[in-house]
Ligand binder design. Structure first.
Ligand code: NAD
Length: 485
């Protein structure tokens, strides 16, 4: 190990590390070897109270800070994150097992993009003036208050920043609970924000399992809950938040389609399917796991995919030549193995991969299934692992109908050289984040989020501002008030 990934303490509250070992211990495991690299303790009621007290205090002050100054803090934090990218990336690799080749370019860098973007637009957040003859209405964009963030384990640093940057830009405070599987990097983001000038208590990290998440979702001191997680958790958190009429953002799972037409560039479609199924060992919510390939191209697509999959390097994640890492946990590995077995059992053809490696850690080779049909379990359920299903189609109408036949609607992609068709098809796909001749790009400038069972709300872009602020409208009367009596 190049450095010791153990955190100073479990929680970060009111500008300092806080420990309370009376909480449930949570072991942090390095997925590449299965070694326990740290232990954190779930937040107790006392820890949560400290976090909410400090967040409430800091938020009241922060709301009075000029948006320009808020923006400067976020921009400075972005700069520090970029300067520390290597150390943050190594920590992310310890936490998630994702290869350093990925974490160096997709985690702290994406977090820094969000801090920089929302830092840049903070002072551009204005209300409206609505003329009504002599009278007028003006609107004020106000913060919500204390927001709670609950994270998943696949992109821990990115998730913290995608939620916290717009929240802070709008004048809110944040109490963030990382996934129990990856608790380390959020603490580093807390250090960085403090160093960048955020007041103590504005951003707090509390550790814990689902029950701590549930406590955040129901706490009356929380104005908004933003979850990144699975659809079943989303339903619970949405329902809990409704009890107090809290604002929500739900970034949930998916079973997204990628439609590859006969006239597509084969290399680009195969490359995008690799990115959209095997990057981060397939543990990406927006992955295009149902790859619908038109009849005339299907055989060549499968052949070329199998060929390119031979270039997957499953080595030490800290070695930058490694381009495919382990799954995040033993449990996730078992879930993925279960789905692969189910695919075979239900009659899909396992063309390549899908084998567990005989070594420590949670390693499965990327799996390619051909001959998958719509009703098979691997075509219906989110696997959240490196399992690509190829489904054959004949007509455009058929592909669209089958692609939409899912309770989810996070992403969708189309590969074709016919641009009229590309736009026509995208127009009919029910998904929030779509791609034409590309897959899984998530620039901070673009709204990100799902429709149907994949969630509500949008992260990133100007759209996120609406989800971390509320409008006050003020009617101004210039003349006398006319009352009936
Ligand atoms: P998960 O739903 O098991 O857990 C997510 C978070 O919710 C964790 O922090 C967990 O502790 C917490 N939690 C669990 N039960 C809770 C409850 N009852 N109340 C409040 N909080 C609770 O998800 P996961 O396994 O960590 O992550 C994988 C899932 O996340 C996949 O379904 C994936 O698609 C989804 N995901 C979505 C996005 C997106 O942006 N749409 C991004 C990444 C991951």
């Amino acid at each position: 190990m190049t450095f010791d990934p153990k955190p100073t303490a479990s929680h970060f509250i009111d500008g300092a590390y806080v420990e309370d070992t009376s909480g449930t211990p949570i072991e942090v495991v390095y997925p590449a070897t299965g070694e326990v690299i740290a232990t954190v303790y779930a937040a107790t009621k006392d820890v949560l109270d400290q976090a909410f007290d400090s967040a409430t205090r800091a938020q009241a002050e922060w709301a009075k800070v000029s948006p320009r100054e808020r923006g400067r803090v976020l921009t400075r934090a972005a700069q520090i994150m970029r300067e520390r990218n290597r150390a943050l990336s190594e920590l992310e690799t310890f936490d998630t097992g994702k290869p350093l080749q990925e974490t160096l370019v997709a985690d702290a860098t994406s977090g820094a993009d969000a801090l920089e973007y929302f830092g840049g637009i903070a002072n551009g957040l204005t209300g409206e003036h609505i003329p009504l003859g002599e009278d007028w209405v003006y609107t004020v964009r106000e913060p919500l208050g204390v927001c709670a963030g609950i994270g998943a384990w696949n992109y821990p640093t990115q998730i913290v920043c995608w939620k916290t940057a717009p929240a802070l830009a709008c004048g809110n405070a944040m109490v963030f609970k990382p996934s129990e599987t990856t608790p380390l990097s959020a603490l580093k983001v807390a250090e960085i924000l403090l160093e960048a000038g955020a007041p103590a208590g504005l951003f707090n990290v509390v550790q814990g399992l689902g029950e701590v998440g549930a406590a955040l979702a129901t706490d009356p001191r929380v104005a908004k809950v933003s979850l990144t997680g699975s659809a079943p958790t989303g339903k619970k958190v949405y329902a809990a938040a409704a009890g107090e009429m809290k604002h929500v953002t739900m970034e949930l799972g998916g079973k997204s389609p990628m439609l590859v037409f006969d006239d597509a560039s084969l290399e680009d479609a195969v490359g995008a399917a690799i990115l959209g199924n095997f990057y981060s060992s397939g543990q990406i919510c927006s992955n295009g796991t149902r790859v619908f390939v038109q009849k005339g191209l299907r055989a060549r697509f499968v052949e070329r995919m199998a060929e390119r999959m031979k270039d997957a390097v499953l080595g030490d994640p800290m070695d930058e030549a490694t381009n495919f890492g382990p799954l995040v946990s033993a449990r996730q590995m078992e879930i993925v193995e279960g789905y692969i077995a189910k695919g075979v059992e239900e009659g899909a053809r396992l063309v390549a991969g899908g084998e567990r490696l005989d070594r420590d850690g949670f390693w499965i080779t990327p799996a390619l299934f051909d001959g998958v049909t719509d009703e098979m379990t691997i075509a219906r359920e989110e696997i959240f692992g490196p399992v690509l299903s190829v489904l054959e189609f004949e007509t455009e109408e058929e592909a669209i109908a089958r692609a939409n036949d899912t309770p989810y609607g996070l992403s969708a992609g189309v590969f074709t050289s016919d641009f009229t068709r590309a736009h026509r098809v995208i127009g009919q796909l029910r998904a929030g984040s779509c791609f034409i001749n590309s897959y899984n790009d998530a620039p901070v400038e673009a709204p990100f989020g799902g429709v149907k069972g994949s969630g509500v709300g949008r992260e990133n872009s100007k759209a996120a501002i609406q989800h971390y602020s509320q409008l006050k409208s003020v009617y101004v009367r210039m003349g006398a008030v006319e009352a009936p009596f």
